[in-house]
Design a protein. Structure first.
Length: 311
């Protein structure tokens, strides 16, 4: 294995930057993944809540505008289109024809529905029970597993707030005969005023949330990689020009001075640490040259003194 001490200065610096980069990428990936997942959920939640409010508007329109116009006919005939839940479901299916909303699903999951297509499954039934136990909770969201894959859902409680709803859901005897003929008398009865009977839910495949987050994460990390790669190149160029090259020239000058070259000198115009090192080297070189000159004069004096004594 190559030892760190055997590496060049530029290589050591690059290795250090790479280690810092890898550590930063790992840490930022974890943090960014959490933030981007949250942002993706927030965006989908906003869109889902807008759809839910639209469905509530359809329900209110059906109850307050459509039903009064058909009150005489409804006294003898049951029309599914006048049921708010039915209208909302059908309108939402029209929404799903738009590619933007094709992956969204809408359901009024009910514990005891008239139409069994609205029957709450085990998970949905637990949500309804939670709404019953925590009456102050007006909304919940999260992920759930299904045979078709994981789903991200948003749910709100369905509460009976109008007595008119009980005309069809109190007892089979009070319900229109045509409704009994269509759905039977076993389901959708026994509801009470102010009772939470179900959960209004909009869901979307979890992969849609994760895919959006992954795309954003890859884009951001890609920008980081490109920016850091450019930074490494620029730092290495700067290091080579202002540190490595001056140090190499200084080493050559020091080697020449060690071989007895009195003219070995190194010049750097910068005022940074390399410039200070060059000034110190030149002072040392000057001091060494003066010392060599004094030594040479001392030797010359000794030789002259020896010649005079011999005479």
């Amino acid at each position: 294995m190559l030892k760190l001490a055997n590496l060049q200065l530029g290589q050591k610096f690059t290795l250090m930057l790479l280690l810092v980069f890898l550590g930063g990428i790992i840490a930022s990936s974890v943090a960014l993944s959490s933030v981007l997942n949250y942002n993706a959920q927030t965006q989908l939640t906003t869109k889902a809540l807008m759809l839910m409010e639209t469905m509530n508007s359809v329900r209110d329109y059906t109850t307050n505008q459509v039903n009064p116009e058909l009150v005489d006919r409804l006294s003898t005939e049951f029309l599914p289109e006048t049921v708010p839940a039915y209208s909302a479901r059908e309108v939402f299916e029209t929404f799903r024809g738009n590619p933007i909303y094709a992956d969204f699903f809408y359901k009024e999951a009910t514990l005891n529905p008239t139409n069994l297509r609205d029957k709450a499954d085990g998970f949905e039934a637990q949500l309804v029970e939670q709404f019953k136990q925590q009456s102050t909770t007006q909304e919940t969201s999260g992920f759930r597993r299904t045979p078709a894959g994981d789903l991200y859902y948003i749910a709100r409680p369905i509460k009976i707030t109008k007595a008119s709803c009980l005309e069809c859901h109190s007892t089979p005897a009070a319900a229109p005969a045509s409704m009994i003929e269509r759905y039977g008398s076993s389901n959708g009865f026994g509801w009470n005023l102010d009772e939470i009977v179900g959960a209004q839910m909009i869901s979307v495949p979890a992969e849609k949330v994760l895919k959006s987050a992954r795309q954003s994460l890859l884009l951001i990390l890609g920008i980081f990689v490109i920016a850091f790669s450019v930074a490494i190149v620029l730092v290495n160029l700067w290091l080579k020009r202002y540190v490595v090259r001056p140090l190499n020239r200084m080493a050559l000058a020091a080697e020449a001075a060690s071989m007895g070259d009195p003219g070995a000198e190194f010049t750097v115009n910068s005022k940074d640490e390399v410039g200070k090192l060059a000034e110190a080297f030149n002072r040392m070189q000057m001091s060494l040259q003066m010392a060599m000159q004094r030594l040479e004069r001392y030797r010359e004096g000794r030789r002259n003194s020896g010649d005079f004594t011999s005479k």
